[in-house]
Design a protein. Structure first.
Length: 316
């Protein structure tokens, strides 16, 4: 009971300090998404062979649901598999707000974002190159299949798009078929408050769990275990990163900032953290075996990059 009370006190105080920083960060992010979200999706759609580069650069911008948009676009085959991977690998999810709120050094933030962008581009272009060599990079658009399955009526009253579903995602027709967006017509401040409350709760729970473990086992014992089993920490962080929820990136970032995870394990876990993108992928894309293959390759990339950084003793 003494340990729990001590952990509750520390978790509450530590979390409370972050709330103002989180709110200001999310307020800026919501404003960015509100004005630039549609433009980002349009840029990815029109990227063509440069898709992985555009996807990696746009994915690193902390826009709520951009990985989900990429999953939907891939399910309709509007973007390539390489572009999807580039977005997934570069997506920062809740990592950036946490680092900013914790007042992490700017050099650290830049390094982490740069690694995610570079890995996203390299893997994205490599996947597209392999598919091109196998002559599997030319797939028909599946927008009509997606619309029929979800019964979304995205063709509206446009007979041309009804007869040619591919036109639905033609940039020139976007305004005619604009889908509902989570924040459209809503208050930016209200959305920022909602995000702040959700992430604050996650931070509190993660911090509470860490405090209980630290007080029960001891920081030195945990640090010694992680130091003696760096490979295991990379695998564990990558598996945690697969959780399609912002709690994953929150936990990984907090563990790194607390010194429990090394840089390699942290990068491995954050590369895999694609936010809700994986959930949307499994919801919209068919067949299921393709989604499982994407999941496995994403995990493999995260563990491989994290493992290499760990072996090289990289410190960020």
């Amino acid at each position: 009971m003494e340990i729990m009370m001590h952990a509750l006190e520390h978790a509450f105080v530590d979390t409370l300090k972050l709330v103002p920083f989180l709110f200001v960060t999310y307020l800026a992010m919501e404003a960015l998404e509100h004005h630039a979200g549609v433009a980002s999706e349009a840029a990815v759609r029109k990227a063509g062979h440069a898709g992985p580069a555009i996807g990696a650069l746009l994915g690193v911008v902390p826009q709520c649901g951009f990985s989900a948009a990429a999953s939907t676009l891939y399910a309709a085959r509007v973007v390539s598999l390489g572009t999807l991977f580039a977005v997934f690998l570069s997506t920062s999810d809740e990592m950036l707000p946490i680092l900013i709120a914790e007042q992490a050094p700017m050099a650290l933030i830049v390094k982490v974002l740069a690694i995610k962008v570079v890995v996203g581009m390299v893997v994205g272009f490599a996947i597209d190159a392999v598919l091109h060599a196998m002559r599997r990079d030319k797939e028909h658009l599946r927008i009509h299949e997606l619309c029929e399955r979800d019964n979304c009526h995205c063709n509206g009253d446009c007979k041309a798009c009804g007869n040619n579903p591919e036109l639905v995602y033609d940039f020139e027709h976007d305004k005619e078929h604009d889908h509902d967006h989570d924040h459209e017509g809503g208050s930016i401040a209200k959305s920022a408050l909602k995000h702040t409350a959700q992430v604050t709760l996650f931070i509190f729970l993660v911090t509470l769990a860490l405090e209980v473990v630290m007080d029960s086992v001891g920081e030195e014992a945990i640090a010694a275990f992680m130091e003696g089993n760096p490979g295991l920490s990379v695998v564990a962080a990558s598996l945690v990163g697969l959780i399609p929820n912002c709690a994953a990136s929150v936990a990984i970032t907090e563990l790194y900032l607390d010194g429990t995870l090394g840089a390699g394990a942290m990068i491995g876990g954050l590369l895999v953290s694609a936010g809700v993108g994986l959930l949307v992928l499994f919801r919209t894309n068919r067949p299921l075996r393709d989604n499982l293959a994407i999941l496995a390759l994403l995990l493999l990339v995260g563990m491989a990059v994290g493992g290499v950084l760990t072996l090289l003793g990289v410190v960020l």
